[in-house]
Design a protein around this ligand. Structure first.
Ligand code: A2P
Length: 284
């Protein structure tokens, strides 16, 4: 049975979600999402910029899992920031997913007219189109600059996070506000140094688990929502099999010590917003 976490708006979210970043639409995302739902995942994380929302919607319908039993997240892309554009972007995501509501919708990146876009999300929440709203890729700096201008507090901030990059500074800001951190690249995007790290391999041997399961268990036990991605049916299944063992307090501490404070993505680097906008053109 999957573990759920309660958000600051009272909604529940499964602690492990299936991430579909970089899985192509028209087949591969459909297959992977269907495999995930059959393996027991009840939380799928997509985005307008992944260009695969329609396959996610199709897989949910084909799975036979009731709509209210699956938690679906998508994200508004930078091209649709600003109040008016965001209103349209939300409807386009619903249309591509083939759904009449999304469980969670995020501002994918913190650049451009973020506060205008956020107002559109707040309104869509009131209108019942979205149950929970949040942000993504907000470093402490972006959070401190932008969120004080929001009327409502985000439910989550989805950022890069794994044992080598634990986001401790950000978590000091989010924890007192009961804002949940969602981890993208939770396995370091398949980073071999992480998956083969001696501390992780030793725990994998002890608990008869694989390295990925130790990492994901660590993240969930440390209070994160984690979004592993895989297109391999066995790994899809195994990444959810983390609720039948528990790491001790000392083991948790030993994994907390792996933090280097550095990841692959720095939201504060100059020109990032522009580079991303140019890299992902999702419509004219
Ligand atoms: P694959 O799709 O072949 O399973 P992240 O979620 O951090 O982005 O990591 C995803 C990458 O890690 C993918 O390349 C995926 O490859 C691989 N991966 C997913 N689950 C595991 C696992 N349990 N052990 C090792 N590699 C994994």
């Amino acid at each position: 049975m999957e573990h759920t976490v309660t958000l600051n708006d009272g909604n529940n979210i499964p602690a492990v979600g299936f991430g579909v970043f970089m899985i192509p639409n028209n087949g591969p995302t459909y297959e992977a999402t269907l495999a995930a739902l059959r393996a027991g995942y009840r939380h799928i994380d997509t985005a307008a910029a992944y260009m695969n929302e329609s396959d996610v919607g199709k897989a949910v319908r084909a799975s036979g899992v009731k709509r209210e039993d699956v938690f679906i997240t998508s994200k508004l892309w930078l091209q649709d920031f600003g109040y008016e554009a965001a209103k349209k972007g939300i409807d386009t995501s619903l249309d591509h997913l083939g759904l009449d509501y999304m469980d969670l919708y995020l501002l994918h990146q913190p650049y451009g007219d973020v506060t205008g876009a956020w107002r559109a999300l707040e309104e869509a929440k009131k209108a019942g189109k979205i149950k929970s709203i949040g942000v993504s890729n907000m470093s402490p700096k972006f959070w401190q600059n932008l969120v004080p201008h929001f009327e409502t507090l985000p439910a989550v901030n989805q950022v890069e996070c794994n044992p080598f990059f634990q986001q401790r500074e950000l978590r000091k800001i989010l924890d007192p506000l009961h804002v949940k951190l969602e981890a993208w690249y939770p396995l370091g995007h398949g980073n071999a140094d992480l998956l083969n790290h001696s501390a992780i391999v030793a725990l994998a041997q002890k608990y008869h688990k694989n390295a990925g399961q130790i990492i994901l268990r660590f993240e969930v036990q440390d209070g994160l929502i984690t979004l592993p991605k895989s297109t391999n049916p066995q790994r899809i299944k195994s990444n959810l099999e983390i609720f039948d063992f528990e790491l001790s307090a000392e083991e948790m501490q030993s994994l907390r010590a792996l933090d280097t404070g550095k990841g692959s993505h720095d939201p504060d680097a100059p020109g990032v917003g522009e580079r991303l906008l140019n890299a992902y053109k999702i419509h004219d």
